[in-house]
Design a protein around this ligand. Structure first.
Ligand code: XMP
Length: 381
């Protein structure tokens, strides 16, 4: 599709792709022109009439979308068959996905489930509470908690490249789970709460491009001693919550914000030190407090702070102060594949900004990220 140099504004759901192949094709003629490929994504939430287009397509194929209702009993039966009498080490993060996956596996194999929480120091504080207080109430199984903050910080302290960071963290998680497995008899599987969005972004189908290696998919080592069991691998967030609701999980688990497995590590650009981690946690707490105080908790899918590793000039007292820029990211989405930035009222943004520059040491400026996905992913790394 060629328009000379003119770029036409595309409707929602369409996206230009200016690949080098397109450019090469364009210079074959006498005239050198810019040429643009166009991708169309009817499946994503923000495409106008996307669902209607897909429904019409299914109609033409004589398929009935209603016949694909999620069958929880089938999922549980599949786990029983796959796992047999082996034990499963379950990677718990305290988040919705691993809770739902753990529940499905627990329904299938009962006490043969060994839940493990890796306390890397990189997660929000509520994760530990979910794992140590809510989980045992629901399942009468006490998860093992591995206290490994120093190991994590030592491994990643000099890693700046986001993909390398993700892969190092993915590998570390697996090696820790394998260590737990070695101390038990008859462990055959590692259970994970991987969803389809994690899977797609990590280039796990031959048609998908690598966007980023989610720690639990593209971040896994090639050689693993345990086989994977991932009961929600083919579901998106809204479907995962639906399954969780049917399984009777509490709302505080199902409707919490997602939090990435590599945690604060992918929100600290540049070197990760204990001091920077502390500052990010402080800024993150302020973002959470103010959004929750403003009653916006249920309207925004995810909200958090980022240490940008960029410095800017500010005034403190009568003097110059050169400190770090903190960014705030908050967005709405249904399936995490596309997202819109949250239209947080200015007064709330103002409060967040004032509190962060006043309360978090060495921060000179706060900016609000107003980029949609695509093109920008939700996490900065
Ligand atoms: P992105 O940044 O890819 O994020 O737009 C989409 C959603 O996935 C979460 N995320 C991760 N979750 N492991 C996870 O378990 C990861 O490595 C990872 N990276 C991103 C992100 O927080 C958002 O909800």
């Amino acid at each position: 599709m060629s328009h000379g140099d003119e770029v036409i504004k595309l409707p929602r759901g369409f996206r230009y792709i200016a690949s080098s192949e397109n450019i090469k094709a364009a210079s074959i003629g006498d005239e050198k022109r810019n040429i643009y490929g166009v991708q169309f994504h009817p499946e994503v939430q923000h495409t106008n009439y996307g669902m209607e287009i897909l429904k019409n397509f299914l109609n033409i194929c004589q398929e009935n979308p209603e016949s694909r209702e999620i069958n929880i009993k089938d999922i549980i039966d599949d786990i029983k068959v796959k796992v047999g009498n082996k034990k499963v080490i379950m990677a718990l993060s305290g988040g919705t996905d691993s809770f739902v996956a753990a529940t499905l596996i627990a329904k299938a194999i009962g006490k043969n489930l060994i839940p493990v929480y890796v306390n890397s120091g990189l997660m929000r504080d509520n994760a530990l509470k979910n794992v140590t207080q809510i989980f045992p109430k629901l399942f009468a199984i006490k998860p093992k908690v591995l206290k490994v903050k120093n190991i994590f910080l030592n491994k990643i302290k000099n890693i700046i490249d986001p993909e390398k960071k993700r892969k190092t963290i993915g590998l570390l998680y697996v090696r820790l789970f394998e260590k737990v497995a070695q101390k038990q008899k008859n462990v055959g599987f590692l259970g994970q709460g991987t969803t389809y969005a994690d899977f797609i972004h990590s280039k796990s189908t031959k048609h998908a491009a690598l966007i980023k290696s989610h720690h639990n998919v593209g971040g896994l080592p090639k050689k693993m001693k345990l086989k994977l069991i991932e009961p929600i691998r083919y579901f998106y967030t809204d479907q995962v919550r639906y399954i969780g609701k049917k399984l009777g999980l509490p709302e505080e688990i199902l409707y919490q914000q997602p939090f990435p497995g590599p945690g604060f590590a992918v929100r600290i650009l540049g070197k990760i030190t204990d001091n920077r981690l502390r500052k990010l946690k402080q800024a993150d707490r302020i973002v959470m407090d103010e959004i929750e105080k403003a009653g916006l908790k249920n309207q925004i899918f995810q909200y958090f702070a980022i240490l940008t590793n960029t410095k800017s000039t500010a005034i403190k007292g009568d003097g110059r102060f050169y400190g770090e820029v903190v960014a705030i990211r908050a967005y709405t989405t249904k399936d995490r594949m596309t997202a819109d930035w949250a239209k947080i009222p200015f007064e709330v943004l103002q409060k967040i900004s004032t509190r962060i520059v006043n309360e978090v040491p060495e921060v000179s400026r706060v900016v609000y990220d107003i980029t949609t996905k695509p093109p920008a992913t939700m996490e900065w790394e």
